[in-house]
Design a protein. Structure first.
Length: 101
């Protein structure tokens, strides 16, 4: 009888631990989603700068940037695309291996 009580209390403890872990994971997923949204906003801003007309052709509006800054912005966008592709590939692989999604 004491063995059953010990196992039951262990199970209850594990259930609480599981619930805490799930809540923590959901908070982390929310944080990650916010970070991704912020990253996309920054990428869109960089894209606007990089794809805008050069300062010599600019007629009002836009951003006054020299060619080197625009090239750097394009480089950052390319790097972000590579990282994003690697993350998506990794997530697809995890989903396939673990049966998610």
């Amino acid at each position: 009888l004491s063995r059953i009580q010990t196992l039951a209390s262990s199970r209850d403890l594990l259930d609480k631990e599981l619930a805490t872990s799930k809540a923590s994971m959901l908070r982390m997923q929310d944080d990650l989603n916010r970070e991704r949204a912020h990253s996309l906003r920054l990428q869109n801003f960089l894209r606007k700068i990089a794809m805008g007309p050069s300062s010599a052709l600019r007629i009002g509006g836009g951003y006054l940037m020299d060619k080197k800054c625009k090239e750097e912005a394009l480089g950052l966008l390319r790097e972000a695309a590579v990282i994003s592709g690697a993350v998506e590939h990794s997530q697809f692989h995890d989903a396939a291996v673990n049966g998610w999604g």
